[in-house]
Design a protein around this ligand. Sequence first.
Ligand code: FA5
Length: 341
Amino acid sequence: MSFTKISEIQVEAEKSFRAAQNSQELYDQKVKFLGKNGIFTELMKHMATLSKEEKPQFGQAVNIAKKILETLYEDIESQIKNKEIQERMLIESVDFTLPSTSIEMGHPHPVQKVTEEIVQILARLGYSLRLGPLIEKDRYNFEALNIPKDHPARDMQDTFFVDKEHVLRTHTSPIQIHSLEGETPPLRILGTGSVFRCDSDISHLPHFHQIEGMCVDRNVSMADLKGTISFFVQEFFGSGLKTRFRPSFFPFTEPSAEVDCSCPICKGKGCSLCKNSGWIEIGGAGLINPHVFKFSGVNYPHWQGFAFGFGIERMAIIKYGIPDIRLFPENDLRFLRQFVK
Ligand code: FA5
């Protein structure tokens, strides 16, 4: 075994390293020449056949060749790895010119949509929005609205009691009282939000939504109330619809009326929604009862007023011909998606 053999193998290894096309091929060549069972390890076995003087020189020559090859390997490896990273980045990089995958956007719930629509219509008549607590003192939900304890009118609204003095508000009318107590007339306010009643069937929910309007000013009459509601009905349901008042009773308004509008589906001709009557009930209204002003310390008859209240789900049912009120809280996307626009 001559020293030339070492340089022959070194040259062959260098050639193989340089010929490698990728890091795996390069690694295979490293194993072949420098590995534990590689050609250089084989070479070292010939040491036994050498003389005492030749042995250290041979060993040193093998080690130098190995060192040179290891350095060369590292250089080529870093070049190949860089090239591979560049190639991978080209393949895997994000192509910003591709069309995006569609992302489904959320949209307002029909109750919110209808609320916003009503608020916008009445804002044009100078009404602005107020909110109130969902848990109300008995005083605000009943007492100050002229519904004393043991008054039969309390049975009109099946109440969820929180404790002896607090209820889940059964209507948005308490917002009237907060406004009368905290603000100075003239007032045009809207109160809206969740209300709760122990009630559940095809047209009643235990948790539903109302919107309430209150106008307090000088010389307010039923004609002003009717004019306001007629304007609203035509703007919300469509022009040409009529409004009618039927005598009714609410302790907080006097006189009181149930408000009907001509059926927006059949335009008054008669259909299943209006039960062939041509009319459909949308809420209650009336002139503010002087007792309510007295309870909240407002100077009556210097100030007078009217109020009206609608069920929001009911307004949506009428406008969109929805067959069952229970669809609103179900959150079935097939139902909700119909209100995207
Ligand atoms: C009231 O709640 C009065 N506060 C409205 C009012 C305000 C009258 C201001 C006068 C002046 P009523 O109980 O009728 O009234 O409810 C009003 C509307 O809420 C009804 O016309 C109906 O559309 C809706 N509503 C009532 N109960 C339910 C229920 N359980 N589920 C869904 N909607 C309901």
